[in-house]
Write a protein that binds this ligand. Structure first.
Ligand SMILES: *Cc1c(COP(=O)(O)O)cnc(C)c1O
Length: 222
């Protein structure tokens, strides 16, 4: 089924929109099935789970960290992670920079914007992102590059609300594109999951993070 699900989703995604297959809680065998169907971008939300899977899987996979990152975990992924979606503080950026330097790498990052009504979702508001991107301190971080923004809409059936939130992030993203520097180059807008990716693409997303619609429901074991 994984292969069929992937094909179905790909047929709905325009060229130019990157699909990140979200494999959190899913076994290696499922990831290999998607890999054998041609998928190369995979997303996890726990650093150590991603590290374990990356060690066991082909090396041409591009790993995306899509979850909230604790600073003390950055070191476990700094050697291989392709893109960190959920960056929500300057302190975290500094730690990513420090760990990336140890591996002589530049790690690509997205800043996570808070667009949902729910107060539980992580992220920065637009003013905070604007300040961070224009800050002088950011210029010192030679081992990170901010290449875009990530956001999650409110979990609701109210399509108008979801569209409004995606739209606001798209507008803000466009306004940030002029802020280019040595380590800022806005080109990725990561928004859209299984339940709302079509709306997200309609509103300008160019990277979607899809788990359930490819791999089925997740069974969380406490
Ligand atoms: C789990 C997760 C996804 C994928 O969610 P699905 O509804 O299973 O597609 C996308 N983004 C983030 C940040 C996630 O944690």
């Amino acid at each position: 089924m994984i292969k069929e699900n992937l094909q179905k989703i790909k047929s709905k995604i325009p060229k130019g929109v990157k699909l990140v297959a979200v494999t959190k809680t899913k076994p290696i065998a499922d990831i290999m099935e998607a890999y054998n169907a041609g998928q190369r971008d995979f997303g996890e939300n726990k650093v150590q789970e991603m590290e374990r899977k990356a060690a066991a899987l082909p090396k041409d996979i591009r790993w995306h960290m899509i979850g909230h990152v604790q600073r003390n975990k950055v070191k476990y992924m700094a050697g291989f992670v392709n893109l960190i979606h959920g960056v929500d503080s300057f302190k975290l950026l500094k730690e990513i920079n420090k760990q990336a330097a140890k591996h002589d790498r530049v790690i690509n990052c997205l800043l996570q914007a808070h667009i949902a009504q729910e107060s539980t979702k992580f992220g920065l508001d637009f003013n905070e992102i604007d300040t961070l991107i224009k800050s002088k301190e950011l210029a010192d971080l030679k081992h990170i590059k901010i290449i875009g923004l990530m956001g999650m809409a409110t979990f609701t059936d109210d399509e108008a609300q979801v569209i409004k939130e995606f739209h606001s992030l798209r507008d803000f993203y466009e306004s940030m594109k002029e802020c280019t520097s040595a380590n800022v180059n806005m080109k990725i807008l990561s928004m859209g999951m299984s339940g709302d990716y079509e709306l997200a693409i309609q509103e300008g997303s160019n990277m979607v993070r899809i788990g359930t619609a490819i791999f089925g429901n997740r069974n969380y074991i406490a």
